[in-house]
Design a protein around this ligand. Structure first.
Ligand SMILES: C[S@@+](CC[C@H](N)C(=O)[O-])C[C@H]1O[C@@H](n2cnc3c(N)ncnc32)[C@H](O)[C@@H]1O
Length: 479
């Protein structure tokens, strides 16, 4: 409702000009004809102030009333944050508070909308004044932002559940629903997180051909990837691991909402303890900044006789030591150019890394186009730039290469590695490191595996220089 001066129809233009002249005309609302005789003109002061200011005496036939007036064209062009500021400032004045620049700076300039719930960052509404004003203020904020519940977050907690620290400001519960790509996701914003930024990856997962496959989702959350695998990608079964009871509640609800409950088994607990082995055609590792803790579990979950595909998430910084060619003495990785201008990535394994992997590299002529061993570098592996994918094969059992000082040197034509964005050297460097580690984890006794980089997906960028990537690795046992 807005304060309006009720005037006779024939006086409308004269009154409007007078109000405008004295600064009482509210240009953000439209005039409204109330009857054949009367028109409501929006004003910037309420009935009480109108009387206090003596305007009532100077304009006796006019009445001030609260009327529902539609926003004017000008106000529809106004940025929502400015609109909020204007209304809150007015609310403060009406409540007898001083509209200080500090309070106005404490108002949000951006927010997330989860259905009818508006979620602010922790930098907004920090002053105690807001909580003192309570519900009447929150109602004004809801009206401006067209919502009915408000919440405020701080950072995502470091409790391992990545629980959001969100408090409700207005409303009685935090359950919200999102529809993404035809999938319904419901969750309590005060208890679990939703990764809005992962939408492109969810779409990609939905387009994968997984008909009849068993997919393990190691970090299922509320079903961000579990659901696209089931609803769109045609997975026969998804094994969803999740240790946060709040996320499990939401996951179950979402499986039910999307009618795929019968094709999903939820394993509650730490995936390192609960995830079954030798079952998966595909494993999703949706944990950032790094999913490395889950790599051994993922490798064990793959079908031992046929292997499968891993989708490994990770944040990669472009200020990776690999880029810094000035301090090569301290580096584990270097990037150089080969004779034809193709970048060559060399992973110089430290003794520590070699101990961790307890492996050296051998070259698998069956799987790469052309490769040769660089004997001068003590068991280095060079993969020709003519191969169409990047392959690695490791064998713990090969005494010839079990030298902790050995280097793994790989050279891959970056033009042959598929990526949805322009492939950066750091991304390829990271992918190759992951590939080497995954290969070493897949070994069992004398078994060797071939691990192939299928694709590098850039999901999103964080400032500065950090990119969320997904590395798709094809892992097959050599029979
Ligand atoms: C980043 S969130 C889920 C994100 C979702 N995959 C995405 O990218 O949108 C990670 C989820 O993994 C769960 N999680 C982390 N470590 C886990 C573990 N060791 N076992 C089971 N669940 C785990 C957290 O509780 C959280 O719900």
């Amino acid at each position: 409702m807005t304060s309006a001066l009720i005037v006779k129809k024939e006086e409308t233009q004269t009154m409007r000009h007078k109000l405008q002249k004295f600064g009482f005309w509210d240009s953000k609302r439209r005039l409204k004809q109330l009857s054949a005789e009367y028109v409501a003109i929006p004003i910037t002061v309420d009935a009480l102030s109108w009387t206090d200011l003596g305007l009532h005496d100077r304009c006796p036939p006019c009445q001030v009333k609260e009327v529902d007036l539609a926003p004017s064209k000008t106000s529809r062009l106004e940025p929502p944050a400015d609109n909020l500021k204007r209304h809150v400032a007015r609310f403060l004045t009406d409540s007898g508070r001083v509209v200080s620049p500090e309070l106005l700076a404490d108002l949000p300039s951006h927010w997330e909308k989860h259905g009818d719930l508006i979620l602010f960052s922790n930098s907004a509404f920090t002053s105690d004044v807001w909580s003192q004003l309570g519900s009447p203020l929150w109602k004004v904020v809801c009206q401006c932002l067209v919502g009915s519940r408000l919440a405020r977050k701080s950072s995502i907690s470091a409790d391992g559940f990545r629980s959001p620290q969100v408090a409700l400001l207005y409303g009685d519960n935090g359950w919200v629903e999102h529809v993404d790509n035809g999938i319904r996701y419901s969750y309590d914003v005060t208890r679990c997180m939703f990764s809005i930024g992962n939408i492109t990856e969810k779409l990609r997962v939905g387009q994968m051909a997984c008909k009849g496959e068993t997919v393990v989702d190691l970090y299922a959350g509320i079903g961000y990837f579990t659901l696209p695998y089931l609803v769109h990608a045609g997975a026969g079964r998804v094994i969803a691991c999740e240790w946060n009871p709040a996320s499990v509640d939401a996951l179950r609800r979402n499986l039910h909402l999307n009618r795929v409950l019968d094709r999903c088994t939820v394993y509650i607990g730490d995936n390192r303890q609960v995830c079954p082995v030798d079952v998966a055609d595909r494993v999703n590792l949706g944990l950032i900044p790094s999913s490395e803790v889950g790599w051994p579990v993922a490798c064990a979950a793959l079908k031992a006789d046929s292997g499968g595909i891993l989708h490994i998430h990770g944040n990669v910084t472009s200020k990776h030591p690999a880029c810094n060619t000035h301090d090569t003495d301290d580096l584990d990785h270097t990037v150089t150019e080969d004779g034809q201008g193709h970048p060559t990535f060399s992973v110089h394994k430290t003794a520590a890394l070699m101990t961790q992997l307890n492996t050296a590299c051998t070259c698998n002529n069956k799987h790469v186009g052309r490769c040769s061993e660089n004997t001068q570098e003590g068991g280095a592996l060079i993969i020709s730039s003519e191969i169409d994918r990047c392959h690695f094969e490791h064998s713990r059992s090969n005494p010839k290469h079990s030298n902790s000082n050995s280097k793994v040197k790989t050279k891959v034509d970056r033009r042959n590695v598929s990526c949805n964005k322009k492939l950066r050297p750091e991304w390829l460097s990271w992918s190759r490191e992951v590939t080497v580690k995954i290969n070493s984890l897949l070994e069992h006794g004398k078994n060797t595996w071939t691990v192939t980089i299928l694709h590098i997906e850039h999901v999103k960028s964080y400032a500065p220089h950090i990119d969320h990537l997904v590395l798709d690795l094809d892992c097959r046992p050599n029979i």
